[in-house]
Design a protein around this ligand. Sequence first.
Ligand SMILES: Cc1ncc(COP(=O)(O)O)c(C=O)c1O
Length: 382
Amino acid sequence: MSFDFTSLPDRRGTGSLKWDKYAGRDILPMWVADMDFLSPPCVRDALARRVAHGVFGYTVPTREAAAAVRGWLRDRHEAEAEAEQIVWFPGLVPCLNVICRALGTDGDEVIALTPVYPPFLSAPAFSHRASVSVPLALDGDRWSVDMARLEAAFTPRTRALLFCNPHNPVGRVFTEAEVRAVAALCARRGALFCSDEIHADLVLGPSRHFSALRLSDAEAGERIVLMAPSKTFNTPGLSCAFAVIPEANLRQRIRDAARGIITEINAMGYAACEAAFREGEPWRQELLSVLRGNREVLYDFVARETPAIRLRPMEATYLAWLDCRALGLDDPASFFEKGGVGLSDGKLFGPGGEGFLRFNFGCPRTRVEEALRRMKAALARR
Ligand SMILES: Cc1ncc(COP(=O)(O)O)c(C=O)c1O
């Protein structure tokens, strides 16, 4: 290993959402989706250079960051994007909210496949749109899109499908055929296909990611692809994300809806984004091998030590979706929190999330093992 994925950075007292939640308590935070790893040296060096410059005035998107994004999309995802098609946002959550605001009128509908990252469900409501949940199907051990159910959920008021690929929290990487089928359905029904691909660079395999940017305009209809360097390179606190919007009118509608509400990206965000996408690939490859190792630890531990918890194949992300329904606990999240492990409560992920917990294994292996030991001990004590 050329990079450090074993030391445990002390994040207490650094204004960390993940760690401050449990400040002063012996609870390991394994919840919100950032990692307990240092960002790659190339990112830290780029930030240091930017700090050394010493002037932090208002920004515009840098040509270099856009070029780095385009190069990354081409090299990693076989996808093309023109620089003007990239619309920068200080985060994908504000972007999801702007998209809902930009489409249709009050009372129109936005579909999401549940369980799903909670802002997919709150964004429509914040813009007075109705959030329509379509549960993912579970065939044996594999989550999939129930196409018949999805099709039935469309109404004349459906404006968009918010699609999450790779899917947070179930960890599916949808196949090319699945992406094409879902996009085609949206196109047929005149709804925007919004594909959030923030986890696309965290595919652990064996599957491969198929970017919705590879669809043709004719087959996809209106589409937006959301990405960011932040999950992969552990920079969400730098607030830099982007939407790729190939179609000019739609792009203008989104820009109009963001006007005066969404801030410019901070200068550090552009510097980190450029460095990550230009130079971060060797670090990412090591990260993926560390995460694959952590995934094996989870598979083994759960199978051997806590078999009542079910863990289905995880194709991407550092978020494990633990099926705790067979444990018979009233409130699994509080139960394990009392046992010293802070997990995300599946209830927050919408219909189908009850009885599940999301476990963030984006941290050194010793911490994953410690959290699992604590969970086993809590179960043994009850
Ligand atoms: C699918 C998905 N979209 C968006 C986000 C958050 O994006 P941002 O930090 O850019 O708002 C997350 C964070 O976990 C996520 O999982």
